[in-house]
Design a protein around this ligand. Structure first.
Ligand code: KIV
Length: 259
């Protein structure tokens, strides 16, 4: 699973054969520039989900995050807002953060034919309640409580679970004891699958801001800054464009431009 926020990302995931595209509410941080995911709205999630869907063209399962306060107020609100992600955005499933307290919400969504992925451990929508983005489940009572959350969500009908920011031993236990596939992020190598934020994976995030669990598989950000600087220098010194990169009066001007 990899996050995607627009049609370009959707195309990249399609071409790479990624199984699940997650339109994460992390877009509040990596696309919109906020310092948490809390400001993201359902309308923004619909907008981004629709874009991803155009690039993905059905090549991967399209999952959309339910943003902060789109499911917490009541089950009725959750069904209505998840319904928007499916009907207007084209999502095939939704993901929501939280444990056993949300089991009734998950049951109601699943009965409304909306498949749900659960999300336990470090919950970015609880950044204030957790006192920051901190690893969860380091002591045994916290670990037991996260395991109980995972079990309750599986019993309520989630078809998969994201487990974020927990010790690898706890993630391994959840994976072996819970009957649905577990997708880890910052949770070690023993889960069934892995998810990363596309900006982190491709090296677009500044290295100083990367948590230890991220391995950038490309140096996209550095390469982009190098290319932009070279473009600026070439324009300034007259090196771009060359005549060979221009149209001339004698050229085949009626030839269609590539799209
Ligand atoms: O919002 C998001 O991108 C996520 C992933 C980090 C799992 O929830």
């Amino acid at each position: 699973m990899v996050t995607a926020y627009d049609a370009f990302h959707g195309r990249l995931l399609r071409e790479a054969g990624i199984d699940i595209a997650l339109v994460g509410d992390s877009l509040g941080m990596v696309v919109q520039g906020h310092d948490s995911t809390l400001p993201v709205t359902v309308s923004e999630m619909v907008y981004h989900t629709r874009m991803v869907s155009r690039g993905l063209r059905g090549a991967a399962l399209l999952v959309s995050d339910m943003p902060f306060l789109s499911y917490q107020p009541s089950i009725e609100v959750a069904i209505k807002e998840a319904g928007r992600l499916v009907k207007e955005g084209g999502a095939q499933a939704v993901k929501l953060e939280g444990g056993k307290d949300y089991a009734p919400t998950v049951r109601a969504l699943v009965s409304s034919m909306i498949p749900v992925i659960g999300h336990v451990g470090l919950l970015p929508q609880r950044v204030h309640a957790m006192g920051g983005f901190r690893v969860q489940g380091r002591n045994s009572s916290e670990g037991e409580s996260i395991l109980a959350d995972a079990r309750a969500l599986a019993q309520a009908g989630v078809f998969a679970l994201v487990v974020e920011g927990v010790p690898l031993e706890l993630a391994k236990r959840i994976t072996s004891e819970v009957a649905v596939p577990v997708i880890g992020i910052g949770a070690g190598p023993h889960t069934d699958g892995q998810v990363l934020v596309i900006h982190d994976l491709l090296g677009w995030t500044k290295e100083e801001s990367l948590p230890r669990f991220v391995r950038p598989f490309s140096r996209g950000g550095k390469e982009a800054v190098r290319a932009l600087s070279e473009f600026r220098r070439e324009v300034e010194n007259g090196g771009f464009p060359r005549e060979s990169e221009s149209y001339s009066e004698a050229g085949p001007e009626n030839a269609p431009l590539p799209q």
